[in-house]
Write a protein that binds this ligand. Sequence first.
Ligand SMILES: Cc1cc2nc3c(=O)[nH]c(=O)nc-3n(C[C@H](O)[C@H](O)[C@H](O)COP(=O)(O)O)c2cc1C
Length: 403
Amino acid sequence: MTSLEPSVAFATSLRCSLGGGDGRVSELKKDLENQLVLAPLTKGGNYAFRRLCTEFGAKVTVSEMAYARKVGKGDRKERTLFVRSENEGIFGAQIATNNCAEAVSACNYAQENGAKFLDLNCGCPIREVTRRGLGSALMRKPHKLVALVERMVSECSLPVTVKIRTGLEEDADAEKVLELVRDLGHVGASAVTIHGRTAQQRYSGNANWDLISKVSAESGVDVIGNGDILTAYEAKDRLADSGCLAVMTGRGALIKPWLFSEFEKDYTWNPTPMERIGVYRTLVRFMKERFRDDEKGRLRSFEFLRFHMDFFSRYRYFPEEEHRERSKEYPLIQQREKADLGFRDADVPPIEVLLQRPVDTVNLDALLGFLWDSGSDHEATRLFEEEALSLRKQTLLACSAGE
Ligand SMILES: Cc1cc2nc3c(=O)[nH]c(=O)nc-3n(C[C@H](O)[C@H](O)[C@H](O)COP(=O)(O)O)c2cc1C
C-alpha cells in the first residue's frame, strides 16, 4: 500500500458524500471549460490590468501571487492583491505557502473578497521564494506537496487548484509530472495548471506541449495548459490538440490584452496605432480610478505603466494565414521580430516605429504623460506622432553626422 492510498479513499468518499461529485469542483470545472485564462502575473496582473483584460472578454482571471502568511496576518499590501475588480468573472486567488493553516486563513480572506478558487503556486523559480521552501521548491518533495494539497482541499472553503512547472532541472520527466498530477487529482485538486517549462528553464525554450497533452490525456485530471500563447489561433489549436480543460496566457495578454476578445470572437485584430493608444489610455483610466487622478496616483500608476509599456512595445502583427501552421512548431512569442525598426525605414510610419521601440530607447515618462494628460485618443495620438517625428529627425541627423 502506498502512503497515498488512504487519502485517495478519503477524497473519493468526500466526493461521493457530496452526491457523485464535489459541487465546488464541478461548478469550477464548468467555469473553466474551454476558457483562455489570464495567468497569475506578479506586478502585471494588477487590479487595473485584470479589469482591462476582463473588459476584453477574459472570463477567468487569477491574482498576483500573495504570501499566504502575510495575507492571514492582515498585511495591507498583500491583501490588496486579492481585491477583485467589479467586472471580473471567475477570480482565483493565488497563494505561496507550504502550510495549510496559512492557506486556510488566506482562503477565507480571498473568499470574502469574491474569489472563486484558491491556486497554490508551485512554479515560481525565483530565489526569494524558493529559499523559503515555497513556489517551485514545493516540487522537490512531491509527497509533501500532495499531503499539503490534501489538507487544503479538506480545510479550505474554496476549490483548490495547483500551478506547477514540468520539473525543476533542465530535463522534464513526463512520467514524474504525470504521477504528481494524478496524485494531486486523487487528493481533490480541482485542476492543475502546467506551465510547460522546468523551473531551471525559466522562459527559455519552447513550452513543452507534448508533455502537457500527455498528462492531460493520461492523468484523468483537469489540466490547464500554459506556455507561449500569443494569438487566438494558438490558443484554439493548443486547446483542441492538447485536450486540456482550458489554456492560460501570461505574456501574450501583457503584450496584447485584446487577445481575449480575439479568442472569444475567433479572429485576429491588428489595431492601428490610434487604437492601440486607445487601449493604453483605457488602462490609464482604470489606474486613475484605482489610485486617483492626482500627483500621488500618477506616481503610483507610472510604476505599473512603465512595466506595461515594456510589454506593449513587443506587439507585432502575425496574420493567421501566414503563421498558423508554423506556430504549432515555433510559438510566435519566441519568434517575435527582434530587429529594431529603424526610423530610416521610410515605409513604416514613425508612430509605428515609436510604439515598437524598446522602452529604454524612448522618453518613456513623456509618453506616459501624453497618455495620462490627454483628453482624447486623438490628442494622445497627435502627441505620440510629434514625438515620433522628432525622434526620426534626431536619428536621421545622427546618421548623416556619421554616428
Ligand atoms: C511578469 C510575470 C510575472 C509572473 N508572475 C507569476 C506569479 O505571480 N505566479 C505564477 O504562478 N506565475 C507567474 N508568472 C508565470 C506565468 O503565470 C506563466 O506561467 C508564464 O509566463 C508562462 O506563460 P506565458 O508563456 O503565457 O507567458 C509570471 C510571469 C511573468 C512574465
